[in-house]
Ligand binder design. Structure first.
Ligand SMILES: [Ca+2]
Ligand SMILES: [Ca+2]
Length: 327
């Protein structure tokens, strides 16, 4: 069979089994008009008022009115799975406790996770290996819950800002988070790296960094708006599209060709294994077909009101011009 006819066959199989597939990625699911309960677990970096999560939630609620419900279960001074000395039994709830609440009370469609900053806090004594193991346990718990409830939960694992107060190995803990996310890669897993941007600001403009993180740990609302939020938005908008083997944000003939070339063989995402089972087959083709012609550029931010006003003025001007020239 020639590559092109094999490609057509694959697409036909895919179109026939389109009903089997579901959208993945928070923006994609919202774009397809799904309602989503979006939750967060984490430390004070997520629990404090008007932080990155509040701002991200407000942005999504503004872009997708009526579709987004938020639940923020982050607790200040918490770490992934540990009760700091002096806190229990009335102290902050650790990550496992927060996750239990999300799974039993929230019926989540998406969960943001960040504990690395406090796992790295030397006073808590959580090793890098424990931090990674705890994150893996949380991911396993979420996926098991999803399987038993018949739904896929979008996971967003993050590094947040840099911090130099009793956290000498924080970059390693952030890297640990990235490794665990990568080892659990799927269309429903996204790792967002905020650390690189914050570290860059620290190294290039320390006075501004000090303004944005006045206590050395917690970004101010302005800091969150100017550094964390744009990265979160960009990462969500550009999340790997199921079916996009080439990773260019568009699902088209190039991706079909990649998939056809490895049909029936083993491979990874770039070869067309979109359900991450290690083999390129009919389910992958159906995922590709379900997202055919999708482009991340379509999921762009709605123009600001001022832009709409300008566009409106342009349209009004055109109308006047046409009337004059018709009259
Ligand atoms: Ca592509
Ligand atoms: Ca597959």
């Amino acid at each position: 069979m020639s590559p092109s006819s094999r490609c057509i066959l694959v697409l036909l199989i895919g179109i026939l089994s389109m009903a089997l597939t579901a959208q993945a990625g928070i923006i994609q699911r919202l774009e397809s008009s799904q309602s989503m309960k979006i939750t967060a677990i984490g430390t004070s970096l997520t629990a404090t008022a008007n932080n990155w999560f509040t701002q991200t939630g407000a942005w999504l609620q503004n872009e997708y009115p009526g579709q987004v419900t938020l639940s923020n279960r982050a607790v200040g001074a918490s770490a992934s799975a540990y009760n700091p000395p002096g806190y229990p039994p009335t102290g902050p709830q650790d990550g496992m406790g927060q996750l239990n609440d999300v799974l039993t009370l929230d019926d989540p469609d998406a969960i943001f996770i960040e504990f690395a900053i406090n796992d790295a806090y030397t006073v808590y004594g959580i090793t890098l290996a424990q931090s990674q193991a705890n994150l893996q346990t949380m991911i396993d718990m979420i996926r098991a819950w999803g399987t038993s409830h018949g739904k896929m939960v979008d996971l967003v694992v993050q590094s947040l800002n840099d911090c130099y107060l009793m956290r000498p190995n924080l970059p390693s803990y952030y890297q640990g988070y990235e490794s665990v996310a990568s080892a659990n890669a799927s269309p429903y897993m996204l790792f967002i790296d905020n650390y690189t941007n914050w570290k860059y600001l620290h190294d290039t403009n320390l006075p501004l960094w000090n303004t944005y993180i006045p206590d050395g740990v917690h970004p101010s609302p302005t800091g969150a708006t100017n550094v964390t939020l744009p990265q979160v938005q960009s990462s969500l908008l550009n999340q790997l599209v199921p079916g996009d083997a080439t990773g260019d944000g568009t699902v088209n003939h190039e991706d079909a060709a990649a998939l056809a070339a490895r049909w029936g063989q083993s491979g990874d995402w770039a070869d067309g294994d979109f359900d991450c089972d290690g083999v390129i087959g009919p389910v992958d083709a159906s995922i590709l077909a379900a997202n055919w012609d999708y482009s991340t550029s379509e999921a762009t931010i709605v123009p600001e009101p001022s832009t709409l006003v300008l566009l409106g003025m342009g349209a009004a001007g055109l109308l006047v011009w046409r009337r004059r020239h018709q009259g």
